[in-house]
Design a protein around this ligand. Structure first.
Ligand SMILES: NC(=O)c1ccc[n+]([C@@H]2O[C@H](COP(=O)([O-])OP(=O)(O)OC[C@H]3O[C@@H](n4cnc5c(N)ncnc54)[C@H](O)[C@@H]3O)[C@@H](O)[C@H]2O)c1
Length: 434
């Protein structure tokens, strides 16, 4: 395109979102500086390697680093567009309060090198009002620049919020093809951000205001959480009544307007298990449903621990394999994982009887230390373990044929083996007290 000057881009935070985003922007021909506080992350990327597991990311990062389009650093430098993708965890107050300090720290760094004409985009999942707070912080630090919403004149910089809705394991494809909501502090800011995303997004980009875009992201994950909570609650009801929840859901879903999701061992990850609380924090009195859904999904983890414990106790001396630690299938992300919580709880209770199979983990997480539980490979588990507890629906587990599972006692929290003959729950002493 004549006259199309590609902007220099700085991506702040090179994790599961920031690194793939930086690599895709670099692939579109922009010079990208990736900023991270971790020297290890920076060194790894500058060697053309990656520190996270994501399909096809290694080749892409290697290529753009080699072509000089992506460089990582711990030091920020002037750019034309800044994309912030740092963590937004809970504060350590035990009340699920959002902690936006990483966002504000990133904004402080950006403010130091900001110049007229720049665009700042926040991608971190954030409570409503965070983009405004970020703007206020930067405006305070840079009184020499005019900020959107703070001046009647044309502002010097544009600020927008653009949430990410990618699925780990399909991040590169979804970064490119998903529709995006782009919320500007002003419509002009939204247009500036839109022009930037159009360089590498093929999905439809819909512009809105920053607060609506912030809320949209939270609502998407709260919607998922509430619907999963319904399935998880059903699974606990089914356990109490001695019913097969998978069969009940399969039959109910034959209704043309019913589509119940699948239960699991709880809800994990740093999105669905976290983001609904950001809505609750903003409107505590108006969110009984969202809060209850969170509690139901957390409660399912404890239910699984209780049911699995009963199963292990009912088979003294039999070796147990917990299949999976990740928070969802086919990824190496163990943050906020119910599978990890369940396996570690069983390890603490039953020690060396517990074996963990997790093809995506090099070693067991720290909480397994001193429990006696060990990591084994899948073949060994199938040879040596008489009790299998399915916690993650990794493809490698799904394809285990019935012949290799027959004769084993199975607790399949994900419903990956519909052909598994049912465990005689009552005979195994598994009927739970509550
Ligand atoms: N991972 C997902 O699937 C996903 C999906 C949608 C939205 N999000 C949201 O995206 C945001 C980032 O999530 P993530 O999974 O990529 O996190 P992550 O923990 O994988 O990566 C964040 C990176 O930011 C770095 N960092 C922290 N503070 C920094 C600072 N001040 N300057 C520079 N770097 C800094 C960390 O070292 C880390 O490498 C979060 O708000 C998350 O909720 C994540």
């Amino acid at each position: 395109m004549m006259g199309d000057v590609k902007p220099d881009v700085c991506v702040v935070g090179l994790g599961y979102i920031g690194l793939p985003t930086a690599a895709i922007i670099a692939r579109a021909g922009c010079k990208v500086l990736g900023l991270d506080v971790s020297q290890h992350v920076v060194d790894t990327i500058n060697r053309g390697e990656i520190h996270i597991e994501e399909v096809d990311l290694d080749g892409l990062v290697h290529g753009v680093v080699q072509r000089g389009l992506l460089r990582a650093s711990t030091e920020i430098a002037p750019s034309d567009v800044f994309v912030i993708a740092v963590p937004t965890p809970f504060a350590k107050d035990g009340h699920h309060t959002p902690d936006i300090s990483y966002v504000l720290a990133a904004a402080t760094q950006v403010a130091a090198v900001l110049k007229a004409g720049d665009t700042v985009i926040l991608e971190s999942t954030s409570p409503v009002g965070t983009t405004d707070q970020m703007r206020d912080l930067m405006a305070g630090l840079r009184p020499d620049l005019k900020f959107p919403g703070k001046t009647k004149e044309t502002p010097d910089v544009s600020i927008a919020y653009c949430p990410e809705r990618v699925l780990p394991g399909r991040i590169l494809e979804e970064l490119t093809n998903n529709d995006r909501s782009i919320g500007g502090i002003t419509p002009r800011c939204a247009r500036k951000a839109l022009a930037f995303y159009k360089r590498f997004v093929r999905g439809t980009c819909v512009t809105t205001d920053a607060r609506s875009a912030e809320m949209t992201k939270l609502v998407e994950n709260a919607y998922r959480d509430v619907n999963i909570a319904f399935a998880n609650e059903l699974s606990m009801v089914a356990d109490k009544m001695g019913l097969d929840v998978w069969e009940v859901i399969r039959l109910a879903n034959r209704h043309p307007r019913v589509n119940i999701l699948q239960p699991g061992p709880g809800v994990g990850g740093h999105c669905i298990a976290v983001d609904p609380w950001f809505i609750v924090a903003g409107a505590p009195d108006e969110t009984p449903l969202i809060r209850t859904a969170r509690n139901v999904n957390d409660g399912k983890m404890h239910h699984v621990v209780a049911k699995a414990s009963a199963l292990v106790e009912a088979h003294p001396g039999v070796k147990v394999a917990c299949l999976g630690l990740a928070f969802k299938a086919n990824i190496d992300d163990f943050r906020e994982s119910p599978a990890r919580y369940v396996a570690a709880s069983l390890a603490r209770k039953f020690g060396a009887r517990i074996n963990v199979v997790e093809p995506y983990a090099g070693e067991l997480p720290r909480e397994f230390e001193g429990t006696g539980a060990v990591q084994i490979d899948l073949d060994t588990a199938l040879e040596e373990c008489g009790v299998l507890i399915v916690l993650v629906d990794h493809d490698v587990f799904k394809v285990i044929p019935l012949a290799e599972r027959s004769g084993k006692v199975v607790y399949d929290t994900r419903g990956i083996w519909p052909d598994q003959p049912g465990v005689d729950v009552a005979a195994a002493g598994l009927r739970l007290a509550s």
